[in-house]
Design a protein around this ligand. Structure first.
Ligand code: ZN
Length: 367
């Protein structure tokens, strides 16, 4: 039997969402409904970028009973960092808040998911790296995405790296899925253009990989196709950051998240993971760099991707893996080839025959 099936199990989606310019104004009302049920306090995880945006913070309805944790996003979360935050919250009396809010990009939304699960399940973050290991529902949680593309607001996992084992694996569980998301495109108006492009492309690339894969199903395909349609509108028609396009990309991010939940990625993500692990590049920019070498594998989408880059006038770093040491190419090979499921989806079970060490090195040198 294959290591992959159709990808569809008994899927749980986000319970509720609200979307549109001004949606953020509904947050205090949504939270007030939770506050009346027993405990009063709420923990807010907010991307550290918003420290300098007091007018946005003021709209969240934070009270003196609540705790705000600003999340630094230079590095993707480690299991140790998640444990530390959880211990600190327990120590200062926030063991059982009535809600957790995660406002930011993928990193911040993932930290909120992980802490929500840990507060109710006990133990350490690494105990839950894997599939369906969470036994008790987490604290009720709300996501407010402020970057569009990764789909973290929609998925049943949260990316975490275990520094001792080098295992990058989340808490894959129905309990990791958000109870509520608030999608307000006003929040992405101030994102730097290149970051907005790289992150948005994560949604596009996920779905390109899924639709080109060997393991497909009708619902995953439907989510993927519409995500790609929206990305085409955003990145090929007019300014990608117009108010309408920011709303479209927010929806594309959500649908793209639903798509990955029911399908597999392909070649781009394993190579991108190599760049992240060995050279420390952020996930979304790493994906775009990998696209430099993807013409043989995704020819039509390769052309479309570079048309989008040109149209939106963004820079994709070049030459990043061209002159590395033999040891670094070994590491790159190892951290790419380890991604068995996506590579099987893209190339079949004998993918190691195609992706030899020489071939993988050659592909990295093209970036
Ligand atoms: Zn991705």
């Amino acid at each position: 039997m294959s290591i992959l099936d159709t990808g569809v199990r008994n899927v749980r989606n986000v319970l509720r969402y609200t979307v549109g310019e001004g949606a953020l104004s509904e947050l205090p009302k949504l939270l007030a409904a939770r506050r009346s049920e027993g405990t009063y306090s709420i923990v807010f995880f907010i991307d550290a970028f918003f420290k300098s945006q007091p007018d946005i913070i003021a709209r969240l309805g934070i009270t003196s009973d609540d705790k705000t944790v600003f999340v630094a996003t230079e590095e993707e979360p480690s299991t140790d960092a998640i444990d530390q935050i959880t211990i600190q919250l327990r120590d200062i009396g926030f063991a059982q808040p009535c809600a957790i809010v995660g406002m930011g990009g993928g990193i911040t939304m993932d930290v909120a998911k992980a802490v929500s699960n840990l507060l109710t399940n006990g133990g350490k973050a690494e105990d839950y790296q894997g599939w369906d290991l969470i036994k008790t529902p987490g604290i009720y949680k709300v996501a407010i995405p402020t970057l569009s593309g990764t789909g973290a607001e929609a998925t049943r996992t949260c990316v975490m790296t275990n520094k001792r084992t080098s295992l990058k694996l989340g808490m894959n569980s129905d309990f990791t899925v958000y109870d509520q998301i608030v999608m307000d495109p006003m929040l992405t108006a101030t994102v730097p253009r290149s970051q907005y492009f790289y992150t948005g492309m994560d949604a596009y690339i996920h779905c390109v990989e899924a639709l080109a894969g060997n393991y497909r199903n009708a619902i995953g395909d439907a989510y993927s196709r519409e995500t790609i349609n929206l990305c085409r509108q955003v990145f090929l028609e007019g300014d990608m950051m117009s108010p309408l396009n920011r709303e479209r990309l927010m929806v594309a991010s959500y649908l793209g998240g639903c798509a990955i939940a029911t399908s597999y990625v392909g070649l781009v993500h394993p190579f991108s993971a190599g760049l992240s692990v060995v050279l420390g590049l952020h996930h979304c920019v790493a994906n775009c760099i990998v696209m430099r070498a993807m013409q043989p594998y995704y020819p039509k989408e390769f052309d479309e991707f570079w048309k989008m880059v040109e149209k939106q006038e963004v820079d994709i770093p070049e030459g990043i893996a061209r002159n590395l040491s033999d040891y670094q190419y070994e590491q790159l090979y190892a951290s790419t080839i380890i991604h068995q499921k996506p590579l099987t989806n893209a190339l079949g079970e004998e993918y190691r025959n195609t992706l030899t060490k020489e071939k993988v090195t050659k592909i990295f040198k093209q970036m």
